[in-house]
Design a protein around this ligand. Sequence first.
Ligand code: NAP
Length: 327
Amino acid sequence: MESNNGKIPSIGFGTSTGIVNPEELERAIDTAIAVGYRHIDTAFIYGTEKVIGQTLQKWFKSGKLKREEIFITTKLPVMGTHQDRVDSFIQRSLSNLQLDYVDLYLVHFPVGAKSGSNNLPLRDEQGHLFLEPKTDHAAIWKKMEAQLDAGRARSIGLSNYNISQIQTVLKSARSAPSCLQVELHAYLQQRELVHFCHQNGITVVAFSPLGAPDHNKRMKGYFAQYEERPLPDILGNAVIGRIGEKHGKSAAQVALRFLVQLGVVPIPKSMNPGRIKENFDVFDFELDGEDMERMAELEMGERARVSDFLNIFKGVEHHPDYPFGKL
Ligand SMILES: NC(=O)c1ccc[n+]([C@@H]2O[C@H](COP(=O)([O-])OP(=O)(O)OC[C@H]3O[C@@H](n4cnc5c(N)ncnc54)[C@H](OP(=O)(O)O)[C@@H]3O)[C@@H](O)[C@H]2O)c1
């Protein structure tokens, strides 16, 4: 798929696992690479960069994979959403990943917070973050562009930004963002945002493309006081199930194929070898016009959003740069 700064493989492998089990993650990455994924999504805050780096080194040394054959995305954490911290965080990510450059570096979230001692944001006893008062989007973007100049990132982009925040970045940008990564699935289709991005040459990457059924468990791994929330049951949806029966495919494959046909890039996460393979096997069938209409009707809007960050970044909704619920 083409973007402002080149190509990105049309499906990726998500690696947000909550508590990291290094052996399990290495096995999952091995399976993903073996079945054909050439795009891995990580983030400083997931704590998965080191295992990904070690696993990639093993593949590079074996001669079975070259650096230029795999697309690696990582992200500036919320503690780095400040113009003075972009350089140091990308350098830490590159060191974790044992790479000279990443293919895509994203600002993970448009609000900044102070760092704790554990590579996670600092919190008070009630779990509230110590937020930076205001985000200077233009200044941060300038530092992101400097990563292109320094050769540390081949392309740069944003995650969890809304249209008005992307417009702010576009106004001052020397290099426009090549990608926006946002939550996007059958129940939260983000049509206006996708249309805006596509008009501006920005590739949309869909996180939680299956509705993140493990979201509550995973968030508890990051933050023990996390309060569980109801989750959308995309994989149990009867309409998706019937479309799957028609094509001899699973609900997950239909949910992913739908996104591919909308022109967005899904990055499903699985630690299970069978499901890793299943999620990649979505290029030998096509949803017809009627299937696409039935899928479009599943849209639920904001109430289907899983990652509103309210339970994990307590107090963030009062910040002027909180991105959701605004245009
Ligand atoms: N930028 C951001 O703020 C942000 C936020 C969230 C996520 N992300 C990225 O997006 C990636 C994917 O999103 P996600 O992990 O939230 O959710 P997801 O990919 O929608 O869902 C993952 C869950 O679905 C299960 N699953 C995977 N394939 C399946 C299949 N074929 N059938 C049934 N169940 C299946 C997995 O279980 P098993 O592992 O047991 O298969 C796991 O519990 C993340 O890993 C991360 O890289 C980015």
